[in-house]
Design a binder for this molecule. Structure first.
Ligand SMILES: Nc1ncnc2c1ncn2[C@@H]1O[C@H](COP(=O)(O)OP(=O)(O)OP(=O)(O)O)[C@@H](O)[C@H]1O
Ligand SMILES: [Mg+2]
Length: 371
């Protein structure tokens, strides 16, 4: 977009939650809240000397600032049975046929997940990062039984999905949940939030029918939505509110494992910080295991004890978050870290900062300015 702007002399109005991107690309910033323009001015002035308390809060919540969302990292969970992982992925492959008869040469195969092995212990919070198309969502869907495995094994709580298919799928349905990136598409537009939660609770069958309304209230409290949202439909709600409803739905099944796929990407940083804090509380309180897929490395660094870096369907690096972010071993991880748009407009992106003849650069696709 910036290239096109420069070449064609376009004006761009960029609407985004990502202050890092604003800092890197825009000339002027206008801050909107509750339908009102709170302040407006050149980006350096706004970022360095915000006037309105809301803007100050927005800037302070930016995850590129060290310690922004921070609370002390939770201790590595000492589960009652620490020997057995909750989730074990062994040499998993997922291949898709792509192209099809419309293209000359017929269908070809895409290896979306190419030999992934990973163990996740109960109570762990693990981040999965990697560029667009690296196979993160496919891995998540395969783990939850939503996409067929081409080969390899996924064992959830001792049940092998490939060997005990129906038992495994049943167990996954009852004990896992997914939170999606696009909250509008993930929620049924015809149901109110209350109806949606009631449906999940009925299928789950753990809560007596008479207690369902009370449980719906509890779930809304848990995710910080007013109780009146039980009567609202997704279309009348903001993205952040829908995402909270999506998290309430995930929690309704009382899951052992939640996989959150880009679930805060569409939210502004203050709401992001709240949702991250919510996940942190929930994982601590409920001994929940969380797999958190995100493009935003700063959030992963803040939330997850362990991080897994995927590149073209494979895990290229894995380890404790502090360790991986401080001393990345794989050049791809280093490139990902360098590409975090900084809130400081004078700290340039990797593309500008790293010379083309950098001896450490590897033949990867260029890091996009706008993830
Ligand atoms: N149903 C499908 N049919 C064919 N190809 C698919 C299908 N689903 C995913 N792919 C391909 O598999 C690869 C991995 O996709 P995936 O959605 O897992 O990436 P991702 O890491 O989640 O990316 P993003 O960060 O953009 O969400 C991509 O090349 C994608 O085009
Ligand atoms: Mg994805």
């Amino acid at each position: 977009m910036i290239d096109i702007r420069d070449r064609r002399g376009l004006s761009i109005i960029l609407i985004t939650h990502d202050l890092g991107i604003v800092a890197q690309t825009c000339d002027r910033i206008a801050v909107l809240r509750g339908g009102k323009l709170l302040e407006e001015g050149p980006k350096r002035a706004i970022l360095a000397r915000p006037q309105h308390p809301y803007t100050i809060n927005l800037i302070n919540s930016h995850p590129s600032l060290p310690g922004a969302i921070s609370a002390p990292l939770p201790e590595l969970a000492e589960a009652s049975n620490p020997a057995r992982p909750l989730l074990e992925i062994d040499d998993l492959h997922v291949r898709f046929r792509a192209g099809g008869a419309l293209l000359r040469g017929g269908a070809k195969t895409v290896s979306a997940v190419a030999g992934v092995s990973l163990q996740i212990m109960p109570g762990e919070t693990v981040g999965i990062v990697g560029e667009s198309g690296s196979g993160k969502s496919t891995l998540a869907r395969a783990v939850l039984g939503l996409t067929p495995l081409s080969s390899g094994h996924v064992t959830f709580d001792g049940v092998d999905l490939a060997l005990q298919k129906s038992a495994g799928l049943g167990k996954l349905r009852r004990e896992t949940a997914m939170v999606f990136q696009d909250p509008y598409n993930a929620l049924n537009p015809r149901l109110t939030i209350g109806q949606m939660l009631a449906e999940v609770l009925k299928v789950q069958g753990k809560v007596a029918r008479a207690d369902i309304p009370a449980r719906i209230g509890e779930l809304l409290d848990l995710v910080g939505l007013e109780r009146e949202f039980a009567g609202r439909k997704p279309r009348s709600m903001s993205g952040g509110q829908c995402q909270r409803a999506g998290i309430a739905r995930a929690l309704a099944v009382d899951p052992k494992l939640i996989i959150a796929d880009e679930c805060v990407a569409a939210l502004d940083v203050t709401i992001q910080a709240q949702i991250i804090e919510l996940f942190r509380e929930l994982t601590a309180k409920m001994n929940l295991t969380l797999i958190f897929i995100a493009h935003d490395l700063a959030i992963v660094r803040n939330l997850c004890e362990r991080v897994v870096v995927m590149y073209r369907g494979e895990i290229v690096e894995e380890g404790r978050s502090e360790e991986v972010f401080a001393r990345p071993k794989h050049p791809y991880t280093a490139a990902l870290i360098a590409a975090i748009p900084d809130i400081d407009p004078d700290k340039r992106l990797l593309q500008d900062a790293v010379g083309k003849d950098d001896p450490h650069s590897m033949p990867i696709q260029p890091i996009k300015r706008m993830p």
